[in-house]
Design a protein around this ligand. Structure first.
Ligand SMILES: C[S@@+](CC[C@H](N)C(=O)[O-])C[C@H]1O[C@@H](n2cnc3c(N)ncnc32)[C@H](O)[C@@H]1O
Length: 553
């Protein structure tokens, strides 16, 4: 978790500037429609003004720029003057406030929007900006969430400033493709635009940030009779694409509609054969959404993991045996899919925190050593932490139960379910899974490892710095899970394979069994596996969240 106090001023205003070659490329594309009025909603030091001139804009082109930071606004004004852009106006003020007002008064519309909106988390925005961001969603009747980021309302407001048939060309965070909080924006763009193209680079364009960026080219529908064709993704490596005509890229990148635009755009990375196959399998009677087969609940929230999750040595030293219960919570604690007594003993032997301290009342205070342990926690102010201070006594962790199956929140290659043979507890790094009627825990754990489920995890999940995949419960519920009748997976064998083989190899081997039992040919299985690999590889190279997280599995 990052705190605002630790953030640089540059990061807090979202001040990472666009390289001129990318700006010029985007300007080239919008100039194709011969715009008379162009908007740059957050112009920084004015690199897009240079881009416009480099791409051949007339000095008389009317350009309206906004920039909150006065120093930067002054720089961009000076740049416009040097470029001879005599009809350019830069307002050193907030763009969102202006856009809302302009919409209310049905003010001016623009033929084109270019730029690179600020990347600032909603929680870091000053309150008046938060209110304006929320108003943008409300006025467009779009669902709002406080998980949003400044770039989302910026693009929405920019779209409202665009005339029908106008073009928006922007550098945007690559997380536009998959983050849940951008769903309103994706749906809105899908509806409002005749065509969308995302230029997706293999590398990170902005040094010094982990933030991946893409180029968004969007053309607004001329009227309601014009078809919304959907989204196409154009994947590029290096800067060679800048030599191509943006108009050609826009016209020739095949757009996909329907499901792809309605949800996360990750589906657009798959070829049509794979997309059709996923849809075909979704309709198979033995393929289920995860929520039809099992319940997902978050793990135990202790509020102070270092205090409550401890090794054997700590238990012995402080006489905590009667409150110590087995637990696991990290992928290295369980490299396979079975958490059994042998694995637990091996973890304990290595000094891992294999004990969860469950104090159910004030009884430990009656024991000298245990009382000392609790007082040591208080000396570290653990009892004043939010999760601890709202319960009484502060060291009594609520909602303690274990389930037959655990699932780690994060994975490096693919998610897996873990059969919890020793009834170990899991904390907030893992989910608790309960099987619903008719399916056995073993069957669920064994069938879960297959190309289709792994691919749907890539389609539903989100990823972080370092390319780690994370699934929240609502995403897990949507996973596609084949459960062939008379499932043949040998759990012990699979557990061994996972511990000894590469993920690609054990996934392929188990896919042959699980999807093979559904009657799917090997070539179709390979198509699904190739789709998974493609998305997994892309995730590993693109980072999309500023928080660094540890690599797991
Ligand atoms: C990612 S930078 C991009 C600057 C420039 N468009 C470029 O591409 O180099 C975003 C800019 O938005 C500015 N900004 C942040 N909040 C703003 C707001 N509410 N209104 C106008 N500008 C804002 C920041 O100061 C920063 O210069």
């Amino acid at each position: 978790m990052n705190f605002i106090i630790n953030e640089t001023a540059q990061k807090l205003r979202g001040g990472y500037y666009t390289p001129i070659d990318l700006a010029t490329f985007l300007c080239q594309w919008v100039l194709e429609i011969k715009p008379k009025r162009v908007l740059e909603p957050s112009c920084g030091d004015g690199v897009f003004f240079s881009g416009l001139r480099d791409a051949g804009a007339s000095p008389k082109l009317s350009v309206t720029g906004f920039e909150l930071n006065e120093e930067e606004a002054a720089k961009s004004k000076e740049r416009a003057a040097q470029l001879g852009l005599s009809a350019t106006k830069v307002h050193a003020t907030d763009f969102l406030g202006w856009a809302l007002e302009n919409r209310k008064t049905k003010g001016e519309l623009f033929d084109a929007v270019v730029g690179n909106p600020p990347f600032v988390r909603y929680q870091y925005l000053p309150e008046p900006f938060q209110a304006k961001a929320e108003r943008v969603f409300r006025e467009l009747e779009l669902p709002f969430t406080k998980h949003t980021n400044a770039w989302v309302p910026f693009i929405l407001a920019s779209m409202t400033m665009l005339r029908p048939g106008g073009r928006l060309a922007m550098v945007v965070p690559s997380e536009i493709i998959h983050v849940m909080h951008a769903q309103s924006l994706r749906s809105y763009l899908g509806r409002e635009c005749s065509r969308l193209v995302v230029v997706d680079p293999e590398e990170l364009w902005f040094e010094g940030t982990l933030q991946g960026a893409v180029l968004l080219l969007a053309e607004k529908r001329r009227d309601s009779s014009e078809k919304a064709q959907g989204l196409g993704i154009y994947e590029v490596r290096g800067r060679d694409f800048l030599k191509e005509s943006p108009a050609k890229i826009f016209a020739t990148t095949h757009p996909i509609n329907g499901k792809t635009v309605a949800g996360k755009w990750t589906r657009a990375f798959l070829n049509s054969e794979t997309r059709n196959l996923v849809d075909e399998l979704e309709a198979h009677p033995d393929v289920h959404r995860f929520s039809k087969v099992a319940d997902v609940d978050v793990g135990i929230v202790t509020g102070a993991n270092k205090f409550f999750l401890v090794d054997d040595y700590t238990v012995q030293t402080h006489g905590l045996e009667r409150w110590a219960h087995p637990m696991f919570g990290r992928s290295e604690h369980c490299p396979g899919i079975i958490y059994d007594a042998k694995q637990h003993a091996a973890n304990a032997e290595k000094g891992k925190p294999t004990n969860f301290l469950w104090f159910q009342d004030e009884a430990p205070l009656r024991y000298k050593k245990a009382k000392g342990y609790i007082e040591a926690g208080e000396a570290e102010s653990l009892h004043t932490r939010y999760k601890c201070r709202i319960r009484s006594p502060w060291f009594k962790v609520p909602s303690v139960y274990s389930t037959e199956i655990g699932m780690l929140k994060r994975s490096h290659d693919l998610p897996r379910l873990i059969l919890n043979e020793v009834g170990a507890y899991t904390t907030d790094t893992a989910y608790r899974i309960r099987v619903l009627n008719g399916t056995s825990a073993e069957q669920l754990v064994g069938s879960f490892i297959n190309g289709l489920t792994s691919l749907s995890a890539e389609l539903e999940g989100r990823h972080y710095g370092g390319g780690v995949l994370e699934l929240v419960p609502s995403e897990i519920e949507k996973l596609l899970l084949p459960l062939p009748k008379n499932g043949r997976v040998d759990l012990r064998q699979l557990d061994n394979n996972i511990r000894s083989m590469s993920s690609q190899d054990f996934l392929t081997a188990n896919t042959r069994i699980v999807l093979g039992d559904l009657g799917l040919s090997e070539s179709k299985q390979d198509c699904i596996l190739a789709g998974w690999k493609r998305l997994r590889d892309r995730r590993h190279r693109v980072s999309s969240e500023l928080d660094a997280v540890e690599a797991v599995f």
